[in-house]
Design a binder for this molecule. Sequence first.
Ligand code: F6P
Length: 345
Amino acid sequence: MARIGLLTGGGDCPGLNPVIRGIVRRGIDTYGHELYGFRRGWKGVLENDAIQLTRENTSGILHRGGTILGTSRTNVYKTENGEERVLASLREREIDVLIPIGGDDTLGVARKLNDAGFPTVGVPKTIDNDLNATDFTFGFQTAVQIATEAIDRLHSTAESHDRVIVCEVMGRDAGWLACYAGLAGGADVILVPERPFDIETVCKHLTHRHETTGKHFSIVVVAEGASPADGGEAATAADTVDSFGHARLGGIAVQLEQQIEEKTGYECRATVLGHIQRGGSPIAFDRILGTRFGVAAIDAASNGDFGKMVALHGTAIELVAFQDALNEPKLLDPELFETAQVFFG
Ligand code: F6P
């Protein structure tokens, strides 16, 4: 029996609650552990704000979006005496192992704490699917489904009005979401951070489609982190950066709307899907992946497998060392993008 802490950090995503439920059910029923959930990510550990998690207060959450623990983008290592304060809270609550559930920022803090001697086991999460060493993160497939449904809806209105609609999806460093949703939704052009775009080529695809295929409407799917090849930066929605140094991205669709309309003469509209992609119930795939990750994480914590993250490899859940997952983002598979390109224009 041990005292295990957990937290959810960074941007929320569908599937966090299934992870929490998986950890708690397995932790109590199989190992007799006591589980403590810190509120609002690392902020809750810094402030020693936690609740005991039980079968009762984690039941009925499998299908619920968001996280019952709350989250924040708090960087322990940008906070005065951050590491000391975190260790003091964990000591005070007599926590033996911590299970942070998050993306590269949250797990980066977990890795440093583990290096500093406090046992941690990570669970990878992000709708961007840009974490290395796992085939998928939970939340991604739900976001793909939401974006695909939105693109389906944009098709009918684009067609009615003979318009080009530019649909902006999330994806800071990697175009997984844009490429998956664009492929599934039948986008006519997809723009991703990994491939800076040339606006003339984008317009050429659109005029080719409108002039030669009898279609008078098009859908362009663009990742928020996509940027022009002529050295321009990704569009930002604010001048500030978060505590991990990330800019708030957003607005590329509006820029493209103006440029495409100007260059092609086609009427154009921008739609930014934003946080709709992160909200609501997880689809079945993410409930199952989250549940399997949660069970595997508490097994690892109970077996002394620290400094590692649970990961999906094919159909198996395995453990990988933090350093194999966190050194750089997992960028879009070029072969997948080449398949998507078959349908451009
Ligand atoms: O990292 C996940 C993500 O959804 C990114 O795609 C996006 O840039 C960011 O979070 C948005 O974060 P926030 O919720 O802080 O606006």
